[in-house]
Design a protein around this ligand. Sequence first.
Ligand SMILES: NC(=O)c1ccc[n+]([C@@H]2O[C@H](COP(=O)([O-])OP(=O)(O)OC[C@H]3O[C@@H](n4cnc5c(N)ncnc54)[C@H](OP(=O)(O)O)[C@@H]3O)[C@@H](O)[C@H]2O)c1
Length: 300
Amino acid sequence: MKINKVCIIGGTGFVGHHLIPKLANAGIACQIPARRPHRYRSLEVQQGCELTSLESLEVESLKSHFDGCDAVINLLGILNESHNCSFQEIHVEAAEKILEAARQSDVKRLLHMSALNADESNGASNYLKSKGKGENLMLSPDTGAVKVTTFRPSVIFGDNDSFINRFAQLLMIPGPLPLACADAKFSPVYVGDVTAAFLKALRDSSTFGKSYELCGPRTLTLQEIVEYIAQIKGVHKSVIGLGDTMSRLQAKILGVMPGKPFTMDNYNSLQLPSVCTHNGLQQLGIKATDMDAIVPQMLG
Ligand SMILES: NC(=O)c1ccc[n+]([C@@H]2O[C@H](COP(=O)([O-])OP(=O)(O)OC[C@H]3O[C@@H](n4cnc5c(N)ncnc54)[C@H](OP(=O)(O)O)[C@@H]3O)[C@@H](O)[C@H]2O)c1
């Protein structure tokens, strides 16, 4: 399949900032619709990349950005709902409209970012249910001529992530660190491996209609990850794993604070281990990168 130009929806986020240079290096031009393009002008230094103004997530508006593109990549996502933005709008309705706009624009290829444990019927949280619903739409048999591949990563780490960096910041606050859901399990996956999976799948017809779980080589509890970050930062601090009642209480309190640092829905997502059954990186011939190869330098 010939892919010379892709349109990336949600390209201004953490994953997009890593994916765009990789696409540009592979000689693929990028169209990046953004609701606040002025904030992300640095992305345009990448060869062949252009930021455009995204007026809305409606089909007609999306179509105007898909013109001339061979593929669309959907990286849209939110971790928490706000008064003007719901999981249903971003993970379900926008996915449906992106697929419809791709169909109407004669775009033949679509890559869609879901999440590990996304499940429309049995998702542990509203986030995971909505991610599951969006992914099911993308993998339905009636996508027409649009060939879709979906990805289900565990938590993603790398430069400017909001996971490792967030705990690195929290560890700098004086006093012990009370940690909710300390036993939650993750297989953190390197953003460079995630973007390699996208690039690999883009032109590979054997990935059409398939979904790939993406995990790193190690499974750790949240407590182990935070202690690992503390060790790298040289911070001596006690990390106090909270029991279930205290974890819920923390979620209830932080969930009503500005920026919602941790909500009941986040708590619910963490009740399932974020680990792969079949690691798609292996299926795609990509060797998973260990945190040791990246995190010390990243935090240094
Ligand atoms: N990071 C992880 O650990 C992780 C793990 C599993 C799955 N995922 C999934 O991977 C995808 C990319 O994640 P990420 O970490 O790159 O997320 P991110 O940094 O939060 O970026 C999200 C993107 O979605 C856009 N967006 C959000 N709400 C929007 C709205 N109402 N209208 C238009 N655009 C909107 C953002 O645009 P603005 O720049 O304008 O805000 C940004 O481009 C998401 O689907 C996420 O659910 C991520």
